[in-house]
Design a protein around this ligand. Sequence first.
Ligand code: ITT
Length: 201
Amino acid sequence: MPELPRLVIATRNSHKTEEIRHILGSRFEILDVTDFPNLPEIQETGTTFLENARLKALGISRHIDGLVLADDSGLEVDALGGAPGVWSSSFGGEEGNHAKNNQRLITEMADQDQRSARFLCTLVLAKNGMEIANYHGKIEGEISRQPSGNGGFGYDPLFIPTGYSQTLADLGPSIKSHLSHRAKAIQSFVLNVSSGDLVNL
Ligand code: ITT
């Protein structure tokens, strides 16, 4: 069997890596930055998902060969003026603490009847420190009043996709990997790869 092309995900979030692996199936050998010692810590100083995805993709791609894909994503809640947005991973005051993030969201939404929200995902594909392409995906839904479910990560126990009555955490990985913001962005990447638009990858 021919060797699979290698794709390094520029993330330290193992949930993202697992979801991307699940969605891409056996098209690529998927690694992430935790498989490489001595890579720099990338500061996410951008104010948009695209800026931060670029910082991560280019910052990592300068140090390793081959294709690098960065994911910057987050939750936009209409009643909170679009927050937490690009600051989703530190909304509760501590970077990557999903329990604190969810607790703050529950508190801020306690008296809100307007509960619409969306997850957004931007992917940047890079090679040799240069951007090749970017892809976007979103999923609309609403914020539930109570957390529910054990699947997924982050705000999944509080997010009910439009057309469903359960949270993404209740719905589980096989449904999330078809519906999610990340799934849609990855599907655009796959279409782009299989259409031959990305030559000499
Ligand atoms: P890397 O920067 O290392 O990729 P990160 O988790 O810090 O990991 P982001 O800066 O893109 O990634 O922040 C994404 C945050 O948005 C994440 O920590 C969650 O709080 C939220 N989020 C993104 N996608 C999500 C999903 O599919 N389900 C639930 N929450 C999600």
